[in-house]
Design a protein around this ligand. Sequence first.
Ligand code: AMP
Length: 276
Amino acid sequence: MIVIRTAEELRAFRPQLQAPVGFVPTMGDLHEGHLSLVRRAIRENSSAIASIYINPIQFEKHDDLAGYPRTWKKDKDLLANLAISAVFLPEDAVMYPEGFSTKVTAGKLASRWEGEYRPGHFDGVCTIVAKLLSLVQPDVAYFGDKDYQQLKVIQAMVRDLNIPVTVSSGDIIREPDGLALSSRNHRLPDEDRIRAPRLKAALDRVRSGLLAGGESPSILQSEREALESDGFIVDYLAAVDSESLEPVISLHESNEVRLLVAARLSSVRLIDNRAL
Ligand code: AMP
């Protein structure tokens, strides 16, 4: 596995990769969610690259950025074991050199949900993903369903900007108790870690209620209250059209529905989702 640290090195190395090239962008602290995408990139392509870069412009709070885990030694071993061709590991000065000022503005799909609670977040995500795609020039880029809205925002960007890449999505990888794997999970105090799987359980109950013919506002409200009485501060719990991300009231209105949730336990913000 080759470790590439600059844009120039990447440009020189890229022609050596056999097409099709699969690419998995990450922020590191790799877990099975990331590795499942890397395994697919390797399996489905002739060569594969991952990137590890903690993108400062997608964090609105400095302490969230400063506290983000940096675990390069562990990540390097995990990737090397999978026999990936290369990992791109740029410094901030490589991605945002002196004078950097052009940004991508995320489209309409970014306005609600995470976009409302994390202003500017998706502009930061789109900017870094556009830059990484432009540098790596992959045939296929892999993103997790875990960040469902992010996946949809990136698919729209790729379409709108005619970026020549296929976006492929990967299933959410979970702990045995249902909690979606996330770099933030380590930050949960023990008692919150025990409660955290209730987020996924709430999504499961909303699903059952809607499939049994219930109206979404009342089901969502009662599950929201149940989470709040369990100590969660719920930013949103929503049933949305899986493409437009607009709220859905009753099932017959929409072909495919996605359930989205974001909530905080102590100071740790968790997001999850599931298909109906
Ligand atoms: P991150 O390092 O958090 O930016 O995530 C990098 C990629 O891994 C994104 O496409 C995420 O959606 C994906 N990912 C993160 N956690 C999971 C998970 N539990 N299951 C599947 N994919 C995930």
